[in-house]
Design a protein around this ligand. Structure first.
Ligand code: ACO
Length: 331
């Protein structure tokens, strides 16, 4: 079995900034309500001309450059997204934009848990010795799927992309453990469902024809689920890593709500200084939120090579998961 190292990170956001103040001229809300309930101050949203693939490609190029590789060194691209430009997938478009000619590319969907699920998927290919350099991207443009008249959701979601480069290693293994979970019985708590009406082809044969709706979320249910399940899944991932919470240098949760982040840290008994949050500047960018926060902290030199990081994503599905890894090529 090969080991895995995470040797590069990158991120990107669209050009337009949307503040809480701006939102208060779109729906009946206020800066005070949004900040006190969620911790968000502003977020980035894409224009109609900015594609998911372009955003993901920018983050990818930054990560490949930090890893001191070229796009042609990449063997596999996994794009975690729920908002592809093309329902058939956007990973191949990213492959084309960055010129990763040798890479196999596919999309993976697990909503806001997508980056954690994709990183774990990458680790399996690397462990088995199938691929050497794997690019894992989390990218979403949820602004396309928000009902801009619904104040209970439109103030929360935003756009962005983050990426890491994983590399196989003969002796070092910096991917320490993980735990993934799904519960389809709670699917109706949060979804972006297809709605079709009957289109009769022949007298006795019909098909569905329709389109996707906008994001539908029962906020309180998702909140309760997150504060209960996220500490549990992190503890399981720590157990599988033979570590305890005291061994963790940094905790990076999916950036959905500052109150969820604070509550999980408290339940885990983790020092607040070890919790990374950038929700005030970016809002909830779904699959992008963890790699975006990771990349920012690495580039600010808060996270240093050798630091042990716990990440945890949670969201629609419902899905949730955690992974523990050591940043950088050495440990
Ligand atoms: N501005 C002003 N008032 C508002 C707004 C708003 N934007 N939104 C709701 N309200 C009102 C409500 O109508 C309600 O008014 P009422 O008391 O008169 O009925 C009041 O504020 C309280 O609403 P609640 O829904 O009870 O507010 P709560 O404190 O639960 O916060 C929130 C709502 C922020 C959505 C919270 O429940 C939450 O963060 N849930 C988790 C969301 C989450 O983590 N999602 C992640 C999923 S990501 C993915 O997978 C895509």
């Amino acid at each position: 079995m090969k080991g895995l190292t995470i040797i590069g990170s990158g991120s990107a956001v669209p050009n337009q900034v949307l503040s809480n103040q701006d939102l208060s001229s779109i729906v009946d809300t206020s800066d005070e309500w949004i900040e006190s309930r969620t911790g968000m101050k502003e977020r980035y949203v894409s224009s109609a001309q900015e594609s998911l693939a372009q955003l993901a490609a920018k983050a990818a190029i930054n990560a490949i450059s930090m890893a001191n590789l070229t796009p042609e060194d990449i063997d596999l691209i996994i794009l975690a997204t729920s908002t592809p430009d093309d329902l058939f997938g956007s990973a191949c478009q990213v492959q084309n934009i960055i010129g990763a000619k040798r890479a196999v590319a596919f999309d993976l969907t697990a909503a806001c848990s997508g980056f954690v699920f994709a990183l774990v998927t990458a680790s399996q290919f690397i462990r088995q010795g199938v691929y050497r350099n794997v690019l894992v991207i989390g990218a979403d443009v949820l602004s396309r799927w928000v009902n801009w008249e619904d104040r209970t959701t439109c103030v929360l979601f935003a756009d962005g992309a983050g990426a890491v480069v994983c590399q196989s290693h003969e002796t070092k293994d910096n991917f320490l453990g993980f735990e993934l979970c799904s519960d389809g019985t709670q699917n109706s708590s949060l979804n972006l469902a297809y709605m079709g009406t009957t289109h009769n082809l022949l007298e006795n044969i019909s098909v569905g024809s329709g389109s996707y709706q906008t994001i539908n979320m029962k906020g309180k249910e998702v909140y309760r689920f997150a504060v209960e399940k996220v500490p549990e899944v992190i503890e399981k991932a720590l157990h599988r890593s033979n570590l305890t919470i005291e061994d963790i240098d940094w905790l990076i949760l999916h950036q959905a709500n500052q109150r969820i982040i604070d509550s999980v840290a408290t339940r885990l008994g983790l020092d607040k200084q070890k919790v990374i949050s950038n929700i005030s500047k970016y809002g909830n960018t779904s699959a992008a939120s963890i790699p975006l926060a990771l990349d920012e902290a690495i580039r600010q030199s808060r996270i240093k090579p050798g630091d042990i990081i716990a990440i945890s994503g949670f969201g629609a599905g419902l899905t949730w998961g955690a992974a523990i890894f050591c940043w950088g090529g050495s440990n």
